[in-house]
Write a protein that binds this ligand. Structure first.
Ligand code: ADP
Ligand code: MG
Length: 336
């Protein structure tokens, strides 16, 4: 058996089984959510998250500018803190860089890093630097904090909750596909590519949703809705039903998908890297919460399905009829 056979999630399960710290008495949490949770005192919990970006696997040096790469490396980590309902505080950066890299490239990379850190009010406090004989390797670790009342987990979804998303799905996946297929640029294609190269972590939305006790579970969508709703299902021991016709799609994705004969809803389900928030909401409270969300953010808190009492079962419906999605979420080892 190889890593390819068990996949990324199989590997994480094996690690978690060895080092289980879930549900310790003081409210700390180890492997399994968007961040680890460390209990410092009764009023505040610390959050820690880390993500690794490797040239060739996560980005191509020629396909993303160093500035956008800097912005994206920070953004994906900020997104994990806000997915827990937390505020971002400080950052550490480990870098492995090949000797031939120009100083201009490095300066532009740090321009992007600085922009995103500044926007979130986060300071870079340290890290590590080493020479790489191969690809560029970027690893951010971000520390944040959250009050215990605002902490949102993957394992607190309840049966009958509405499954909601905070923004359009599939744009980033569409942008990546446009880049890979060399689709001719127009404004809609440019928009999708920008969504892929420069994702915007939903910090304000995360803080807003965290303040509501009607939001039961929350995470960010990094791997794709299909893959990520399964994380909530596993952790909460529930099932889910997704209504495909309710998936929010941008006009740009609809336009490009129609031109290129892509399936927009498949990209919305399995595209990944959208970094919007996925949450489950008490069904009787959704209308009021969505109205307040619309007033605050000018967008829908779109309900795309429902949590069910069938653990492990994920069902897709189109106009009430069950269907079988052909493509599933991105798994780093299996799809290589
Ligand atoms: P996300 O997509 O939100 O960044 P991941 O799928 O990367 O989450 O990780 C899921 C969980 O597994 C997290 O709690 C993370 O800390 C943990 N995890 C991932 N890789 C490792 C590892 N090599 N060792 C320990 N924990 C890990
Ligand atoms: Mg996450």
């Amino acid at each position: 058996m190889t890593l390819r056979d068990i996949g990324e999630f199989g590997l994480i399960e094996r690690i978690a089984a060895r080092f289980s710290t879930v549900g310790t008495e003081d409210g700390s949490l180890g492997i399994g959510d968007d961040c680890a949770v460390l209990s410092r005192n009764r009023d505040e919990l610390d959050l820690v998250t880390t993500d690794l970006l490797i040239e060739g696997s996560h980005f191509l040096r020629d396909a993303i500018s160093p500035r956008l790469l800097g912005r994206k490396s920070v953004a994906v980590n900020l997104s994990d803190i806000c997915a827990m309902g937390g505020e971002c505080r400080s950052a550490f950066l480990a870098l492995a860089l090949p000797g031939e890299l120009s100083v201009a490239w490095i300066d532009a990379f740090f321009d992007g890093v600085q922009e995103r850190l500044r926007e979130a009010g986060v300071k870079l406090l340290g890290g590590d630097t080493t020479r790489s004989n191969g690809p560029i390797v970027i690893q951010f670790t971000i520390l944040g904090s959250v009050s215990p009342a605002h902490l949102k987990l993957r394992r607190t979804a309840r049966e009958q909750d509405l499954i909601c998303v905070t923004d359009c799905l599939g744009d980033s996946g569409g942008g990546l596909r446009a880049l890979l297929e060399g689709v001719a640029r127009n404004s809609a294609v440019e928009y999708l590519i920008e969504r892929h190269l420069d994702p915007c972590p939903q910090l304000a939305e995360g803080a807003w949703l965290a303040a509501s006790s009607d939001v039961h579970a929350m995470m960010d969508i990094s791997d794709g809705l299909d893959s990520d709703i399964r994380r909530i299902m596993e952790q909460s021991r529930v099932g889910a039903r997704i209504e495909v016709e309710h998936l929010p799609l941008s006009s740009q994705l609809r336009e490009v998908a129609a031109e290129q004969a892509w399936s927009a809803w498949e990209l919305a389900v399995s595209g990944g890297e959208d970094y919007v928030l996925l949450c489950t909401v008490a069904p009787e409270r959704h209308a009021a919460l969505a109205e307040a969300f619309q007033r605050r953010f000018g967008r829908e808190l779109r309900a795309v399905g429902r949590i069910t009492d069938r653990p492990g079962q994920l069902v897709y419906l189109r106009d009430g009829v069950p269907m079988d999605p052909s493509k599933l979420g991105f798994d780093h080892f299996r799809t290589e």
